[in-house]
Every structure is written in structure tokens, then in C-alpha cells.
Design a binder for this molecule. Structure first.
Ligand code: PG9
Length: 637
């Protein structure tokens, strides 16, 4: 199969002419400032997990002593995550995904990265985001037990350790520090889930409110086809817009790639609704039922193009358990997915005036980890909520979230109405009328400018920036409704999740609704001309209309009847500055990131047939509004 090397034991032997390659080779680098150990740690069921242990040395070449351990468990190749350089330099080897390298090196931690069960050099069977033991997992092992057993082994077999272990990670690697919180090992002193995968159906990687994020098909293919991800996705088309449109449906494109062989893909096909398969593995729901025993710092990116739901959902679930106010911290930065471990001075066209990633690592993460992992370290002066306010580009220390400011201000839900004349206004001027557009599945609205790249982080890919793309690309289209406010004369501050209250009709029997809350920059921006008139989305999301009455069951939409569609947009912490305008865009496709709604009701959209895809005329009524979490103090001046 792809990637397998030829077996050697069947080859004839020539003792007098041996291979020049030894049976095994041990790398040596006497000048390295760390020692690399690779061990197979036995789990309680006997499966052994491939674990890389990097022990730093001091300038005299002595190994660290009484050092804390910073653990990451990953499905993305522990060897690769600990070898970002071929040098013997500790920092250089860590500089890259998924290491806050400066913090680990500066505070002399032992760095441990492990292949999760079933991936790369670990033994065992792989199950995507392995559900905890229970209705979805009859085995006695899951990522919680594997983390427990790993920590137990580490504190007993790494003599340089001080017996304190912290776990952190981004994305899937952020899901693991949450699993660690279930029946945690006593040596686990702190957990830092960053941009964690929490609820794949509701708002993280697989669906958003039921709309399928089909551009993740390559991820499913590569992540589950082989243990070492050696089977690579193929495409004969440069523009993903063409690739997914020509295939017609996600199911057909998957079939063309042989994905019916893949267990996880089959589960996706079988569970397109928010059924027990998804509900029982929603990590926020699981943790809501667990005692809070380990301090947690949840790290969220305000422009997280992959997991915009997870961190906030977990914060809502566990913060009420934090009776002392010291166990749960939340950090929100102006970042794309995972940008907190990189230089985060800018994102796309946006400039923040400082390296917000470095600020987080040095001023927030470092003291927080030290408090729990370094012997004798002081209590960290970290606020319960550390939030970057976009628009004003400044950090806030808040006592809770959502909070509009550090003081006594209040967040006041405030309706912003979609009015006649494509205007936005805070007065309800409902004239009973509506605005219409034709949604044509043959010409779906691109979610960003074409040609559209696949999802990924390779050189030249800008996937990580798509949430801050200029939305002028869409606002000129006749199948996108664009409502705009007057120019603001004073700052408008929002903090929290805007709530969409759309009243809309369709001539079809199913429909998607995409709503975008946008900050429109002044026509001219002197110190940054390219920002003149920029339409910056501060919150956007999609609702698959068949779930308008509940996520657990698809229901056809009654044609031509104005119906309510209500859903939350992702978290914001933003100031619309004077001279700016507010904009709301509404559309019915977001392609090819999300699969097209055929706009006729079918049992499973992933298996829709070409003839199911029909044009529909959409009407948005002027009783529609967005409820904005306005900070009453009007702060942000
Ligand atoms: N959350 C990221 C991801 C998961 C699944 C599909 C695509 C992306 C990640 O773990 O990198």
C-alpha cells in the first residue's frame, strides 16, 4: 500500500557482502543542548504509545533537574512536531506546530509529545477524536485513560521531572488537554486547551449548524486512510470551487476517492443530524458533568477559521464550577486558528500594533504554567479573562465573559434591524416588505475569491486568513443581500455572540442561510490605504434551514412562507470606530467550504443527486434583525 517499505526479512543474505545500512541506527549529536528519548509507553490495555521526550541540558551540559513536564498528545506525528530542525538546538526543534517554543525553552520544561493511539508510531486502533468509554466506545480505553497512563509512566520514569505535568495543544491537540480533565491523574497540575475541537457538528470542524464543511474531505482521507498519513489526497483540478461543483455532492466526491473504505467517513454519512453520535461526544457536555479538579486556561482565536465554537462552549460549561474564581481562565486573541504560538502582529490585512502572540505567551501563558509546574514559582497575575479588543487593538483584563469592560459596564442585547432601502438601523422600521435574491446552486457564492485553495498550511496557502478576507468580494453579487448603517459618529462596542433573528421565505423546501456581521472601514484610511472601504467580517456563520426547529431532526421548509431562523454567530470583542459603518450580508451558499444545499428537501444532502439541485427565490423580511451584545458604556473611544 502507499508508503509501505519493502520487507527485508524475505531477502537473501550475503554474509560476506553485508548491507551498508545497519539493522538500527542511533543518531548522535554530542553538542545538542537537549537529549531526545523515544519510548513506547504501555497503556492499561497493553497498547504501547510512541512518546518523544526532550530533556533540556544547561550550558554545562547537565540535564535539567526538578523540571516540569509539558505534554502534548497528537494525531499529527510526534516525531515531526519535535523535529522542526535537524540541529541539536532545543529551541529550533520546537519552533513550529504545536509548541509554544519560547515558553518551554525559557522555563526549562521537559517537552513530551506522544502519538495518540492508532497513529504514526503508536500501536492500537485509531478512532477520530476517540469518544470516551461509554455508549460510543465499548473499550476500556480512551484519550482520558491514555493520558492518565502516560502521565503515570512519565512521573515514574523521567528522573529529571519534578512530578508536575501540564498538558497543552492546539486544535485536535487541544481536544486532548480537555480529555485529560476526565478522571485526571494527580500529577496533572494544569491544562491549556488552545482552539480545541469540542463539538464537530455544532460549530467546530465538521459542520456548522448542520451545514457540512466539505473542504475537510482531504483531511478525513489522509487522517484515516493509513496509520502514517501516507495516502495523500489527489485532485486534478486547481480551483477547489470547480472540484466540488463538478462532483455535485460531498458524497460523490468522497466516492470518487474511495472513501467508502473509511470508517469515520461512513459514520459522517450515517450521522448528518445532531444525534446521539454527536451529542454524546460533545466535550463541553461531557465536562459539564465532571468535577473541576485541574486549573484550565482556554485559549480562543477571535478569527478561528476552524474551531470557532469549542473554547467558548467549554468555558460556558465549566466556568460555573469555578467557585473559587481561580480554576478557569479564558484568553481571546485576534488570531487565526493556532496563531497564538506564532508572531501575531497581523492577520491578513489587519495590523495590531504589537505582537499579540508574544504578549500572550510571555505575559499570560508563561506565568500561568510556571505557577503550577515550576517549584517555588509565584501565583500568576493573570486575569480570569484576558481579551483583545479588536478595532481599538488593546488587551483587556476582565473578571468574566462576556463582559463589556473591566469596570461596571453592562452588555445590553440591542436589535439592529434589516430595514427597507438595504439600510441597517436600531429603530424597528418594519414596513412589512422584504428583499429578494435568486439562489442558484449552479453558481454558489464563493466563500472567498477564486481560485480557491484547499484547506491547509503549506507555503503560499492563505486558508488561515479567510475569515478576515475583504467581503467586498461578495457584497457586489446579486445573490448576496447587503445592508449598511449610516456612518457611525461614536464608537459602538460589542462583546459576546451576536444572535441572528432572520425572518425569511424560500420557494424551495430546504435552504441555507449565511449571515455576516461586518465592520466597513472609512472610504479612505490614511496610514493604511489598502484598508479604505474594507469590509471586515467580525462574525459570520451558517444555518442549514432544515434544522431551524431543532438540530436533531431535519424538517422540510414550507415554501413561500416567512419563517423565523435563529442562530448565534461566533464570539466578538470589537469596537466599530467612528467613521466606520456596520454591514450585514445575507446569502444562501458559502462554497466550496460548505456543501451546497440542493434547496429541495432530500434525506441526506451528502448524497443529493444532480436533479435535486434547484434554484430558489429567497426573501428576507424587514422584521429581521441581529441582536448585538452592545456594551452600554459606549467604551472604546
Ligand atoms: N481542528 C483542525 C482540523 C480538524 C479536522 C479537520 C480539519 C482541521 C486540526 O486539528 O488541525
Amino acid at each position: 500500500s502507499a508508503g509501505a517499505f519493502a520487507r527485508q526479512d524475505a531477502a537473501p543474505k550475503y554474509p560476506d557482502y553485508p548491507s551498508e545500512t545497519p539493522a538500527s541506527f542511533t543518531p548522535v549529536n554530542a553538542d545538542a543542548d537537549f537529549e531526545r528519548r523515544v519510548v513506547m509507553i504501555p497503556m492499561r490495555d497493553g497498547v504501547k504509545l510512541h512518546t518523544v521526550i526532550l530533556v533540556p541540558k544547561n550550558l554545562n551540559g547537565d540535564h535539567a533537574k526538578h523540571a516540569g513536564i509539558v505534554l502534548t498528545r497528537t494525531p499529527y506525528d510526534a516525531d515531526a512536531l519535535t523535529t522542526h530542525s535537524q540541529s541539536g538546538n532545543f529551541a529550533a526543534n520546537l519552533e513550529g506546530y504545536d509548541n509554544p517554543a519560547d515558553v518551554i525553552v525559557e522555563d526549562g520544561y521537559i517537552r513530551v509529545v506522544q502519538d495518540v493511539r492508532g497513529k504514526y508510531h503508536s500501536e492500537g486502533d485509531y478512532v477520530m477524536n476517540r469518544p470516551v468509554h461509554g455508549p460510543l466506545n465499548p473499550t476500556p480505553v480512551d484519550d482520558a485513560t491514555d493520558t492518565y497512563d502516560t502521565i503515570d509512566w512519565l512521573v515514574k520514569h523521567v528522573p529529571e521531572s519534578n512530578g508536575k505535568v501540564g498538558t497543552l495543544g492546539i486544535s485536535y491537540d487541544g481536544f486532548e488537554p480537555l480529555m485529560a480533565l476526565i478522571h485526571p491523574h494527580p500529577a496533572l497540575k494544569v491544562s491549556v486547551p488552545m482552539n480545541p475541537m469540542v463539538d464537530g457538528w455544532m460549530g467546530d470542524d465538521w459542520f456548522h449548524n448542520g451545514a457540512f464543511r466539505q473542504q475537510n474531505l482531504p483531511y478525513i482521507y489522509e487522517q484515516t486512510a493509513t496509520r502514517d498519513n501516507s495516502a495523500k489526497w489527489w485532485s486534478n483540478v486547481q480551483d477547489d470551487y470547480d472540484l466540488y461543483l463538478r462532483a455535485g455532492s460531498a458524497g460523490e466526491l468522497a466516492r470518487q476517492h474511495g472513501m467508502q473504505q473509511l470508517g469515520f467517513w461512513q459514520k459522517m454519512l450515517d450521522h448528518t443530524e445532531y444525534d446521539a453520535f454527536w451529542q454524546d461526544q460533545a466535550v463541553d457536555k461531557l465536562l459539564a458533568k465532571e468535577p473541576l479538579k485541574v486549573p484550565v486556561m482556554l485559549v480562543h482565536s477571535l478569527w478561528d477559521q476552524e474551531d470557532s465554537y469549542g473554547a467558548i462552549a467549554v468555558y460556558k460549561a465549566i466556568k460555573p464550577k469555578d467557585t473559587t474564581g481561580t480554576m478557569v481562565k479564558l484568553v481571546m486573541g485576534p488570531w487565526h486558528h493556532g496563531q497564538e504560538i506564532e508572531d501575531a502582529s497581523s492577520l491578513g490585512a489587519l495590523k495590531f500594533g504589537s505582537d499579540t502572540g508574544r504578549y500572550f505567551r510571555e505575559q499570560v501563558l508563561r506565568p500561568f504554567l510556571a505557577q503550577y509546574l515550576k517549584d517555588g514559582a509565584p501565583k500568576a497575575d493573570v486575569a480570569p479573562v484576558t481579551a483583545f479588543q479588536t478595532g481599538t487593538n488593546r488587551w483587556e483584563r476582565l473578571s468574566n465573559w462576556p463582559a463589556g469592560c473591566g469596570g461596571s459596564c453592562k452588555v445590553k442585547p440591542t436589535p439592529l434591524y434589516l430595514d427597507a432601502g438595504m439600510k441597517l438601523g436600531f429603530e424597528n422600521a418594519d414596513d412589512g416588505d422584504s428583499d429578494a435574491y435568486v439562489s442558484d446552486p449552479a453558481h454558489p457564492v464563493p466563500f472567498r475569491a477564486r481560485p480557491i485553495q484547499p484547506v491547509g498550511y503549506d507555503a503560499g496557502q492563505t486558508w488561515s486568513q479567510w475569515l478576515v478576507d475583504d467581503q467586498r468580494e461578495a457584497s457586489g453579487r446579486t445573490d448576496v443581500l447587503t445592508y449598511t448603517s449610516d456612518v457611525l459618529t461614536s464608537p459602538l462596542t460589542i462583546a459576546g455572540q451576536p444572535q441572528v433573528h432572520l425572518t425569511a421565505s424560500t420557494t424551495g423546501t430546504d435552504s441555507d442561510w449565511v449571515v455576516k456581521l461586518i465592520d466597513v472601514y472609512p472610504d479612505m484610511v490614511g496610514n493604511q490605504p489598502e484598508m479604505g472601504g474594507y469590509q471586515l467580517a467580525v462574525a459570520m456563520d451558517i444555518l442549514r434551514g432544515r434544522y431551524r426547529q431543532g438540530f436533531t431532526e431535519s424538517r422540510p421548509i414550507e415554501p413561500n412562507k416567512p419563517l423565523p431562523y435563529t442562530f448565534a454567530l461566533p464570539t466578538t470583542n470589537h469596537v466599530f470606530l467612528p467613521g466606520h459603518r456596520i454591514m450585514v450580508q445575507v446569502q444562501s451558499s458559502w462554497f466550496p467550504l460548505y456543501d451546497r444545499n440542493p434547496q429541495t428537501f432530500v434525506p441526506n444532502i451528502m448524497l443529493a443527486k444532480p436533479e435535486d439541485f434547484q434554484k430558489a427565490t429567497q426573501k428576507v423580511f424587514h422584521s429581521s434583525y441581529l441582536e448585538l451584545p452592545v456594551v452600554a458604556s459606549g467604551k472604546g473611544s
